[in-house]
Design a protein around this ligand. Structure first.
Ligand code: ADP
Ligand code: ASP
Ligand code: MG
Length: 405
């Protein structure tokens, strides 16, 4: 007998009718004599409207934010359990604190520390399906926490590790991981397999088909993850695992994020410790800094520091810099918002020279100006004008031979 974790995302459970269809997928796996854990997201749009409710009160308290924003998943867990019982599948709903899923770190973006799955495993003896509300946990202070947007993927992967599941199937509105976002270009090809490390880069550069932390958890705990379609469940989808593809391609995918803001601090005093001070303050305010560039003007003993943050962190970042003016010398701060980050990802890059040159050449041929560049061993990212996102993604997709044949 195997144990499976099946996770259904927001669009897959957007209506009670869709929840009943998803329950049929669960039943078909249950009927094959598997132990089943189901993880559900909030119904599509619910989390955003809960966030709007919190914002409309305009008082910052992250623990109450988490209490409100986690509630969408509670509704879906109850509805999914009802739908399963209606199909004669014994089921019980579980909230994060009831399991418990213990988290650490800051509210809104807590990390799963530990899951104690004893109650769920006990229920397996009675052939009961566990239906778990994704995205939520409980802190050591016994407050409800959430684990970052898209976090139900991580709930599923962590649970799969905790119950030693044979696999973790992430059911969503696409039938797998593609060479780029199918909503951005129709040239995309589906990948049958992708390695954890490439998927981590794809996700962290904007391919939100999986939450980045969930892929990191899968890699750390050796969980076999499949991305599959709720609307075509017989298809096996894309497998994410250690099994590195033997294709010789340099680039596996193109990702983008339209959620970028650029901040430039002009004429910062050029002396040791200043950059450390700036980024330490930003980090302690939980600002997620991404690309960083520094230009030194040697004769003037001044430097400009440019970095990018998610749009949602822009206001907070500007506040931190204003506060820092009391301690560090700079002349002014500029910010720019109409930007996108476009990235090419591929572990084949490691042993193929000239990939960066080919990328920059392609962008220049398409009249796309590069504002900031950042690289890792298997990724090159550029910051560009947001209006050019689609043409950049399409051009790079073609130039690196990713198009559908
Ligand atoms: P869910 O609600 O099921 O968690 P998400 O909206 O979080 O679903 O993720 C699925 C979406 O991810 C797809 O609809 C697709 O537009 C987007 N996406 C972005 N990049 C990719 C990619 N490379 N492959 C597949 N889907 C992608
Ligand atoms: N409902 C949460 C969100 O919209 C978590 C998730 O869907 O994974 O971010
Ligand atoms: Mg998602």
């Amino acid at each position: 007998m195997s144990t499976l974790v099946l996770k259904f995302g927001g669009t897959s459970v957007a209506t009670t009718k869709l929840i009943e269809s998803a329950a049929k997928i669960v039943k078909s796996e249950y009927d094959k004599n598997n132990n089943i854990v189901v993880v559900v997201s909030a119904m599509s749009g619910t989390t955003n409207s809960l966030i709007d409710h919190v914002n409309s009160i305009d008082f910052n308290d992250d623990s109450e934010y988490d209490l409100v924003v986690s509630s969408g998943e509670q509704i879906t867990a109850g509805l999914m359990s009802l739908a399963l019982k209606k199909l004669n599948v014994p089921a019980r709903s579980w909230l994060g604190w009831q399991i418990p899923i213990i988290t650490r770190g800051q509210h809104r973006n807590a990390f799963i520390d530990k899951i104690v799955p004893d109650g769920i495993v006990n229920d397996f003896k009675e052939k009961k399906v566990a239906v778990v509300a994704g995205f939520q946990g409980i802190s050591s202070e016994e407050r409800i926490t959430t684990i970052g947007r898209g976090g139900s993927d991580n709930t599923a992967v962590f649970l799969a590790a905790a119950v030693a599941a044979e696999r973790c199937d992430i059911y969503t509105d696409v039938d797998g991981v593609y060479t780029s976002d199918p909503k951005m270009t129709d040239k995309v090809r589906r990948l049958d397999k992708i390695s954890y490390e490439e998927m981590i880069e794809m996700a962290s550069q904007g391919a939100k088909v999986l939450q980045t932390t969930s892929v990191e958890s899968a890699m750390n705990h050796d969980v076999n993850v499949n991305v599959r379609s709720t609307f075509n469940p017989s298809d096996e989808g894309t497998q994410i695992s250690n099994d590195v593809s033997n294709e010789t391609r340099a680039v596996t995918g193109v990702a983008y994020s339209k959620d970028e803001a650029k901040i430039t601090i002009i004429d910062v005093e050029d002396k040791p410790g200043v950059a450390a001070e700036i980024f330490k303050e930003l980090a302690s305010s939980s600002v997620n800094v991404d690309m960083i560039v520094q230009n030194n003007f040697i004769e003037r003993k001044m430097t400009n520091i440019t970095f990018t943050v998610p749009m949602t962190d822009l206001k907070k970042s500007l506040g931190v810099l204003e506060e820092l003016k009391k301690r560090i010398v700079y002349s002014k701060v500029l910010d720019e918002q109409n930007l996108s980050k476009v990235s090419i990802i591929g572990s084949g890059m490691r042993n193929q020279p000239g990939i960066a040159a080919k990328m920059f050449d392609c962008l220049s041929n398409n009249n796309i100006n590069i504002e900031v560049i950042s690289t890792s061993e298997i990724k090159i990212s550029v910051l560009i004008d947001r209006n050019k996102t689609e043409s950049a993604v399409n051009a790079l997709h073609s130039v690196f031979n990713l198009d559908k044949i």
